[in-house]
Design a protein around this ligand. Sequence first.
Ligand SMILES: NC(=O)C1=CN([C@@H]2O[C@H](COP(=O)(O)OP(=O)(O)OC[C@H]3O[C@@H](n4cnc5c(N)ncnc54)[C@H](OP(=O)(O)O)[C@@H]3O)[C@@H](O)[C@H]2O)C=CC1
Ligand SMILES: CC(=O)C(=O)O
Ligand SMILES: [Mg+2]
Length: 591
Amino acid sequence: MASSMMNGGYSVEEEEKKKNVNVGGGVEDVYGEDNATEDQFATPWTVSVASGYTLLRDPHYNKGLAFSEKERDAHYLRGLLPPAIFTQELQEKKLMQSLRQYKVPLQRYVAMMDLQERNEKLFYKLLIDNVEELLPVVYTPTVGEACQKYGSIFRRPQGLYISLKEKGKILEVLKNWPERNIQVIVVTDGERILGLGDLGCQGMGIPVGKLSLYTALGGLRPSACLPVTIDVGTNNEQLLNDEFYIGLKQRRATGQEYAELLEEFMTAVKQNYGEKVLVQFEDFANHNAFELLTKYSPTHLVFNDDIQGTASVVLAGLLAALKLVGGTLADHKFLFLGAGEAGTGIAELIALEISKQIKAPIEETRKKIWLVDSKGLIVNSRKESLQHFKKPWAHEHEPVKGLLDAVKAIKPTVLIGSSGVGKTFTKEVVKAMASFNEKPLILALSNPTSQSECTAEEAYTWSEGRAIFASGSPFDPVEYDGKVFVPGQANNAYIFPGFGLGLIMSGAIRVHNDLLLAASEALAAQVKQEHFDKGLIYPPFSNIRKISAQIAAKVAAKAYELGLASRLPRPKDLVQHAESCMYSPVYGCYR
Ligand SMILES: NC(=O)C1=CN([C@@H]2O[C@H](COP(=O)(O)OP(=O)(O)OC[C@H]3O[C@@H](n4cnc5c(N)ncnc54)[C@H](OP(=O)(O)O)[C@@H]3O)[C@@H](O)[C@H]2O)C=CC1
Ligand SMILES: CC(=O)C(=O)O
Ligand SMILES: [Mg+2]
């Protein structure tokens, strides 16, 4: 014991704990307990040992029937549990059996959320071990339906709700959250939930789902993750007229009122959790998304998943797809349906990658990329009236109204859907792509499944089995002409968990485009011949933790190279380090 004492009586364990707090982005005396004066607020908090009934109701520690005889004695659990003892594996088997009995996806979602509330480790064990089966339950497409019906399935609040009512009090609100060592925040204001539009406060399902993936796919500790929904009202009439709506019943605040609330939030986050907490903006409408990213990138560790994460995952798929379609990235011509966050974000990262590869100015490489919005092809004659993020894509061309005409006029080798509107890649569009491409590359990115630009079956059938296809929400394999085609899932879920892990393990202080490129290259390198043989341009999710470790390592390496990493010394083997940082959902034994 004596040998473990150092530095003013702290034990080695306490020292480690303190260090970890700092690594995680905390600053000393974050809660102001030591420095508070009478006119300053401080949060009273206590730490106590959970036992008995309280232990069974604490999702972090509850093991249900897996508590051993010894633990039942030591922790006052006798009589509170039936006599049987189940291993975690048996619990998992039982839960998977009962989940599979639910035929309605939303019932599975509710069952999974109940499990997360009841037994966190078992929830993550299930999710990690059955990732391909459960991703569509806790994530797209089911999470979309859950957000639409959030009011009626709402049982217990998950995450932190910060509404206009909390203006002036956001720092205090953050302190109400039970965890202190927060490393990642996913925040939405609910205005563009997947391709489902403004769901207001009910958008909370998205940060909750994204953060479950941070833990399951990227290994971040659940206690280090904070889901936040900023509620500035909603313009969704149906919600405004719904007596069970859980959010503020007013139209959305905009302009200065909106900006001030966000500013207070961003300031409070940095004040409370320090410089190194990662803030991921998610599903904001594009008029706010670009502005927030530009405003906070120089001062905070921020990342917009819809703009940057999506760009990185799509670039990875394109780099991998070159093995199937041939040529270099610069040899291809790209056409997007949808020129918002996802569309222009992806376009910019492709242009950047080509510009690095062929050492040409980005203004030149952008010319290989064309976008169509709701008014038609983005061309020079429209430039004056375009939103700022569309202007770089206004090239010289006569006006073209619809997608089919744009496909015929541009003759792209790659067609990318990022419009949020389903069924827009019609038979004529796919056939046109197949008429001048041996292997047309078609990505239908819009979520959830109902908004997908086309289905996998449509892409393969209409292209007579020649399309290389991937989609934002999953589709089952398709049999066409005696051959089975496996569609990949082009979803930012491949990127953000590993990307975030890389930022956090290196103590990165800012996000840089080169980190996104590093993530794309790392993901593309994980696509092997066996995947290409099935027509896949992404590796399967079943191996995602290993993939995330590779992504994290490459992102961290780049952060060290660019001088953005603050966690020194740099670990020698970054892949091994990433794997060793990952949260394990296996039950511990309690003393
Ligand atoms: N797979 C993935 O990982 C991801 C998928 N997405 C999905 O992408 C979709 C779009 O998201 P995001 O970019 O953020 O949304 P935005 O609202 O920023 O952009 C949508 C774009 O689509 C255009 N559009 C809308 N309707 C049509 C139409 N009928 N014809 C042509 N263009 C149209 C809009 O045009 P206009 O500007 O003229 O209004 C706008 O340019 C969503 O469904 C989202 O779920 C998003 C992020 C990641
Ligand atoms: C996947 C995602 O981030 C979206 O559809 O918005
Ligand atoms: Mg999103």
